[in-house]
Write a protein that binds this ligand. Structure first.
Ligand SMILES: Cc1ncc(C[n+]2csc(CCOP(=O)(O)OP(=O)(O)O)c2C)c(N)n1
Ligand SMILES: [Mg+2]
Length: 377
């Protein structure tokens, strides 16, 4: 018997067993940033723009103007002279931080609570009042003419932002589309699809979630069980981060980075700005029916305007006289806008028919004629 042929039992060698241990194939983290704490103390060195008094005062002024505009709009609605209006009380740092990080040639796609951003970009308070008074001429902005009008349907402008970003990319224009929406909008398919498409096509779009913790009466805890909304970027393969949305410096710094990256061809970005809606959802809402007064008063301690003012005062950049002058200025600007609005004649009744069809279908043409007759024209 050749030596290699044996009947002897060979020891069974232990086969290397395949290891089917679940292994991590990807890891993610969401970063949170803030520069000023709720009391207005700097918690880390400020970015360059925030070392310049004029820059900080401009941000402060814009937030005060937005708040004054809000108060006037609510007062006009309460006295029957404006339509339903969505106040942004307590959320001013988000739109101002966003708009101040954009260039004039970029395009803003706002939701219905971002008038602070529109005002910063040159839309006048008169135009905004016209819009909220139900007059579409208010969306025909004299400035920032390529910015989108207010979007009342929740989240439907997110795919439009992708279209704008795609146009910029195809035309090789170094411009960025900035799309703002609320926490509630992040549960919509439109937003998920927009994030995904912007990621696939690496478009210059910055998405900003204005997370005010409520979608009308639905609290964030019932909106999603995700730990953050910023992590929705991860599923789309794009960068996402969270900022203190009541710290205008943090919002501007994060959006500036995202916008610069997008402009340089680095693709889209999602920023979740954490803020709180101190007022009712709109003038058609009574928030005391679904949330406690103690929750709201606790949140007043974090609001963005006092926070920046405290910083400015403690840095010796702002005093009582500055404050009085500013309040007087913004009051005059808003009162003038309201007077012009109240003195504007409504559009003719026929205009409701005039801007959708090139030639009106017969039934609508009949209605148009009847409406004119009824109006005595
Ligand atoms: C498509 C659509 N569905 C429902 C509504 C009614 N609606 C208006 S605002 C809102 C909640 C939006 O919440 P969020 O996105 O968090 O924005 P916020 O109002 O808090 O700024 C809803 C459901 C709407 N405007 N559009
Ligand atoms: Mg919300």
């Amino acid at each position: 018997m050749p030596p290699f042929e044996t009947t002897e039992e060979l020891p069974v060698l232990a086969e290397p067993r395949p290891v089917w241990m679940p292994a991590a194939v990807a890891r993610f983290e969401i970063r949170y940033s803030r520069f000023l704490d709720p009391k207005g103390n700097a918690v880390r060195p400020l970015p360059d723009f925030a070392r310049d008094r004029d820059e900080l005062v401009a941000l402060y002024r814009a937030m005060v103007l937005a708040r004054r505009f809000d108060a006037k709009a609510v007062a006009l609605q309460r006295t029957g002279r404006l339509g339903t209006f969505a106040s942004a009380l307590g959320q001013e740092a988000v739109p101002i931080g966003v708009a101040s990080a954009m260039r004039a040639e970029d395009v803003l796609l706002p939701s219905f609570r971002e008038h602070g951003a529109q005002l910063w970009r040159g839309v006048s308070p008169f135009e905004l009042l016209l819009f909220w008074g139900g007059d579409e001429r208010g969306s025909d902005f004299a400035e920032s003419r390529e910015d989108f009008p207010v979007c009342v349907p929740v989240g439907t402008h997110a795919p439009h932002a992708v279209g704008v970003g795609l146009a910029f990319k195809l035309r090789r224009e170094k411009r960025v589309a900035v799309c703002m929406f609320g926490d509630g909008a992040t549960s919509k398919g439109d937003v998920a699809e927009a994030l995904n498409a912007a990621g696939v096509w690496q478009l210059p779009v910055v998405f900003v979630i204005n997370n005010n913790r409520w979608a009308i009466s639905l609290p964030l805890s019932q909106q999603t069980t995700a730990e953050t909304l910023a992590q929705k970027a991860i599923a789309a393969g794009i960068d996402g981060e969270q900022v203190d949305g009541n710290d205008v410096i943090a919002v501007r710094e994060a959006v500036s980075r995202a916008v610069a990256k997008a402009r340089a061809g680095g693709g889209p970005h999602l920023i979740e700005a954490l803020t709180y809606r101190l007022g009712d959802h709109t003038t058609a809402d009574d928030a005391s029916r679904y949330r406690s007064g103690s929750e709201v008063s606790a949140r007043w301690a974090e609001e963005p305007i006092a926070r920046l003012r405290n910083y400015l005062v403690s840095a010796g950049m702002w005093g009582k006289a500055d404050e009085e002058r500013l309040l007087a200025d913004v009051t005059v600007a808003i009162e003038r806008a309201a007077e012009t609005y109240l003195g504007t004649l409504p559009q003719g009744v026929e205009t409701i028919f005039d801007f959708t069809y090139q030639s009106l279908p017969k039934d609508l043409a009949d209605q148009r004629r009847a409406a004119l007759e009824q109006a005595g024209k």
